[in-house]
Design a binder for this molecule. Structure first.
Ligand code: ATP
Ligand code: MG
Length: 418
């Protein structure tokens, strides 16, 4: 099957020109080069995916150097791994020397040796990710599909390439579910069976790798689908017995998405994911997954604040009271509680803090108070705090109001105009 025409229609013009240039340079160097992985899958599905992965039978770094020289793209080479990254306009291309991987033991990082395209495809996770398209001049556009990936795409199936796949690398358990749910596919029957059998193999991979897979899931459009499926398969419970993937999570994730800009969304998902944990239970989870200090703080804050929510369920709270209750918590933790709480009053108070109160500043700062005749020290600190509180509660609004209040608070200080 030849896909030259499809590539032409699928790739943006600049990227197509670059791919064609790579093809020409490879021919000159007598190397064979292929498009592989996600882009081939997504080309068939008609989904845009312009993070191109290329495999070179030969020397990817040498080819990338020539291409970079030719069209002034930026080159980042890892000679030791035989890989190179090209940046051209807004596009990045990864070039890798074809390689074979063998696993000394389950979960170990693989031993890598140079190899052929076929060997390179065999080490991949699923048949739909194990297709390639030749860019060699004599068979440009030819599909290479030794594992019937195209057939599985047509039948909407996620299939591993050999029965030892999940135990070689248990991150594939999480990857399988991520693709299944993203694409609305199904696990092929034997793959599903082997996945269930190999769930205990999750214990052979590091917490870092599990966290990374969760992060990838949290970048999906609807991560709750994968989370629910992982729970259904018993995978989530293996990561932590405290994790749940029920309808509650689905509803809250959906709500999070409607409230939050995408940059902080993954952190928010993490905070919601552990919402049912105890403060003690979370520690083991944070350590196991080696969660960053900042995110750990947000996740701990989420649970700490959860226990304080009843204080926020009162209609008579002043803005300054809300502020003092919440100022020590990470904003993401506050957001998580706003989403999790069923009380509209609590929700309103938390949102008031997030959208307004935390940004309230007095017009006067220490320097300006000094110019009014105040001397630095604890006294001035108290005045500033009182100004801030009055501003939060709407008792002062203009600069003149603040000045009047400041002076009234320190009648014994002599005010000198400069
Ligand atoms: P997407 O980025 O859309 O999730 P992708 O196919 O580009 O999909 P990447 O995670 O970027 O996925 O990986 C690139 C390719 O590397 C995959 O298509 C797959 O063939 C291979 N791959 C990635 N991780 C593994 C793994 N754990 N085991 C085997 N192959 C893998
Ligand atoms: Mg990719």
């Amino acid at each position: 099957m030849n896909l030259a025409r499809q590539i032409e229609l699928y790739l943006p013009r600049q990227l197509l020109e670059l791919v064609q240039d790579i093809s020409r340079q490879a021919a000159k160097q007598k190397q064979r080069v292929y498009l592989v992985g996600g882009v081939v899958r997504d080309l068939f599905l008609g989904y845009p995916n312009f993070d191109l992965d290329l495999v070179v039978e030969g020397d990817a770094v040498k080819l990338a150097q020539q291409v970079a020289e030719n069209n002034q793209s930026k080159l980042l080479a890892h000679r030791r791994f035989g890989t190179a990254k090209l940046r051209y306009e807004n596009f990045t291309l990864d070039l890798a020397t074809a390689r074979k991987e063998t696993y000394a033991k389950p979960g170990a990082l693989p031993t890598v040796t140079p190899g052929t395209l076929k060997g390179d495809l065999l080490r991949r996770d699923f048949s739909i990710n194990a297709m390639a398209i030749s860019l060699a001049s004599n068979d440009y556009g030819e599909l290479v599909d030794p594992h019937q990936g195209k057939n599985d795409l047509e039948h909407r199936l996620i299939r591993i390439l050999h029965p030892g796949s999940f135990s070689d690398d248990a991150t594939r358990i999480l990857r399988a579910v991520r693709y299944e749910q993203r694409l609305g596919f199904e696990l092929e029957a034997q793959t599903a069976q082997l996945l269930k059998r190999d769930i205990p193999m999750l214990n052979t991979i590091s917490g870092d790798r599990i966290r990374h897979e969760l992060e990838l899931i949290f970048k999906e459009k609807q991560p709750e689908l994968a989370v629910r499926r992982l729970a259904e398969l018993g995978v989530l419970q293996r990561i932590s017995p405290l994790l749940k993937g029920d309808g509650w999570i689905a509803e809250k994730f959906d709500r999070a998405r409607r409230l939050k800009k995408s940059t902080q969304l993954p952190s928010l998902y993490f905070c919601l994911l552990i919402y049912s944990f105890s403060e003690k239970g979370i520690e083991q989870f944070l350590a196991h997954l080696n969660i960053s200090a900042k995110l750990s703080r947000a996740m701990r804050d989420t649970l700490r604040l959860k226990t304080k929510l009843p204080f926020l369920d009162k209609p008579s709270l002043k803005p300054s009271e809300i502020y003092y209750l919440l100022r020590e918590y990470e904003p993401v933790a506050i957001q998580a509680n706003a989403i999790a709480s069923d009380s509209s009053m609590i929700h309103r108070h938390l949102q008031l803090f997030l959208t307004k109160l935390r940004y309230v500043r007095t017009s006067f700062d220490g320097e300006e108070l000094k110019r009014l005749g105040f001397s630095a020290g604890p006294e001035m600190g108290k005045v500033l705090q009182a100004l801030h509180k009055a501003k939060l509660d709407g008792e002062v609004s203009t600069r003149a109001d603040e000045k009047k209040l400041a002076l009234s608070l320190a009648p014994k200080l002599k005010w000198q105009r400069r």
